[in-house]
Ligand binder design. Structure first.
Ligand code: F6P
Length: 538
């Protein structure tokens, strides 16, 4: 169990200390509280973390046995104890690393063989050799949900400038609107459907897969050649009718939310090509090497994790905003919601004891600058402090629009500065006095224009959002979640909290259909079923 007392004491002692003053006291603060990994910069100087706080945070790593846990993960120990599984998404990007053994068996030959098959398949689709009934494949529809959707959907959007393959679309929701809107306008004879499901039992995915197959058959496509599948369950993909040559397997030591690096990333590989996909994997591998070898103080995932713990557990801030100033990272907040909240949204420690205090904060966010015109009001003047994490590239992919990128950068920096420095009452009064307001009106208005400031943020800056850099960013967040989970003493790799709702949905289906009565349901649920059944009649 973590001893938070020293950190809480430091937090209490620092109350009243303003982050902006820390810069005045220490001109070297920006450099001292920033980390570099090659051309990537992680700046956490705009937080209340001081040298003493950092020392106390780093002490948590040794107290929790982080080094041994990290090695256990990389070397294939069954650290997912409630499912008895190893956690080896790192093996998927261990491109030129050594053997990785699970129960004595080296998994790397299998990883490389699958990657080779993916490359071959993607190459044939992209070159127009593997065709649909009506000609070369123009569109790919990825059907999956959760980790079987968010990773490839987020990364495919992020890397749009590198697309030179078929258009990729993503369907996840069981809401028929999702698949109907996606398939509308596509040519069933030139569309490839990839059904992605680790278990190949997920109701949403299997329902959408059947809908897509019916659409393809009705539209003249050939479902026997225009379907591929990604799963750990080859017997189920065969039962669905996907030819084994178009099934890409992986093993149970890859968690759904950590799976974009392997066959779950097939749509991404189809979009950007095998070479760019390799660069993406190499980015992840570079972050792995850094995480595994750098000292705690210089280690980006470790420090990002520790700063996260400081904010959530010591300062008590209940949420964290992820704010990519990068429109192509629009799905990153959703991706991180699953990564962080499904991994660390737990209430018991590995041994079953109830955790004291908070585990994962609520993670949310949207790209800037759009968010500025929506919820930033609350970030600046609301009653909750929300630690913010900004992401920004030094340059975009549109050289003709460099002036727009400069505006984007200026806005990003302005927000973190404004959150930190705020605007006190005197300054608000001075602004209004300059506008010539009379004394009474000035007093009436001034308090509305006060920004308390002292609101912490972290900025991750990188030259450009390339495949390699995206790989580093995702692996950075994966390891950050791992660090937080180890220090909290929880299992970050199971997700039992999603099961109860799935079970109840199964039993509610026949009631919604009207086949079963609502006996035994609580009054609210029964009344809602009655309402929706009667209001749903055409
Ligand atoms: O419902 C949660 C979950 O199990 C996620 O962890 C997973 O990413 C998602 O469902 C999809 O599961 P599958 O890939 O087995 O369809």
């Amino acid at each position: 169990m973590v001893d938070w007392a020293p950190l809480k004491a430091l937090h209490a002692a620092g109350t009243g200390q303003r982050i902006a003053d820390l810069f005045a006291e220490d001109p070297g603060r920006a450099a001292a509280f920033s980390l570099r990994l090659d051309d990537m910069l992680l700046d956490f100087s705009k937080t209340a973390v001081t040298q003493e706080v950092r020392r106390a945070l780093i002490a948590l790593c040794d107290a929790a046995g982080l080094a041994a846990r990290r090695e256990a993960m990389f070397t294939g120990a069954a650290i997912n104890t409630t499912e008895g599984r190893a956690v080896l998404h790192t093996a998927l990007r261990n491109l030129d690393g050594g053997p990785v053994r699970v129960e004595g068996r080296d998994v790397m030959p299998g990883v490389r063989a699958t990657l080779d098959r993916m490359r071959d398949f993607a190459g044939r689709v992209r070159r127009g050799e593997l065709r649909g009934a009506g000609g070369a494949i123009t569109d790919v529809v990825n059907i999956g949900i959760g980790g079987s959707d968010l990773g490839p959907a987020m990364a495919t959007r992020a890397l749009a400038p590198y697309h030179d393959g078929p258009r990729c679309h993503f369907v996840s929701n069981v809401d028929g609107a999702d698949i109907a809107d996606t398939l509308c306008g596509l040519d069933a004879t030139r569309t490839l459907v990839i059904v992605v499901s680790k278990t190949f039992t997920t109701v949403e995915t299997m329902t959408n897969a059947r809908t897509a197959r019916a659409w393809m058959e009705a539209g003249g496509g050939d479902a026997s050649t225009q379907f591929a599948a990604v799963s750990t369950a080859p017997e189920r993909t065969a039962a669905f009718g996907v030819p084994s040559a178009q099934v890409f397997g992986f093993e149970d030591w890859v968690g759904g939310r950590y799976s974009v690096w392997g066959p779950v990333g097939l749509a991404l590989m189809l979009a950007i090509g095998p070479d760019a996909f390799d660069a993406f994997l190499r980015g992840g591998q570079a972050m792995d090497a850094h995480f595994r070898t750098a000292d705690w103080t210089d280690n980006l995932p470790v420090m990002l994790g520790l700063v996260g713990l400081w904010h959530a557990h010591v300062c008590g801030y209940p949420t964290r905003a992820v704010l990519p100033y990068d429109q192509r990272l629009a799905r990153l907040p959703a991706y991180l919601q699953q990564l962080e909240m499904e991994s660390n949204g737990k209430r018991v420690e590995i041994d079953g004891r109830v955790v004291e205090g908070r585990t994962a904060p609520v993670v949310w966010g949207e790209p800037g600058t759009d968010g500025q015109h929506a919820f930033f009001q609350l970030l600046h003047q609301g009653t909750d402090v929300v630690p913010c994490e900004f992401l920004i590239a030094a340059r975009g992919h549109e050289p003709d629009l460099a002036h727009q990128h400069r505006l984007l950068v200026a806005n990003c920096l302005a927000q973190s500065e404004a959150l930190m420095i705020g605007r006190p009452l005197d300054a608000a009064r001075a602004v209004l006095a300059d506008r010539g307001l009379d004394a009474e009106e000035l007093e009436r208005q001034a308090r509305h224009r006060v920004f308390p400031g002292n609101r912490p943020s972290v900025t991750l800056a990188y030259p450009q959002l390339t495949p390699f850099t995206l790989g580093r960013i995702i692996a950075l967040y994966e390891h950050r979640v791992f660090v937080e989970g180890v220090i909290l003493g929880i299992n970050s790799f199971d997700q039992w909290g999603v099961e109860l709702g799935k079970e109840l949905a199964t039993s509610l289906g026949p009631m919604v259909d009207g086949q079963d009565g609502t006996d035994g349901k609580d009054g609210s649920t029964a009344a809602l079923i009655d309402f929706l059944r009667s209001a749903g009649r055409p």
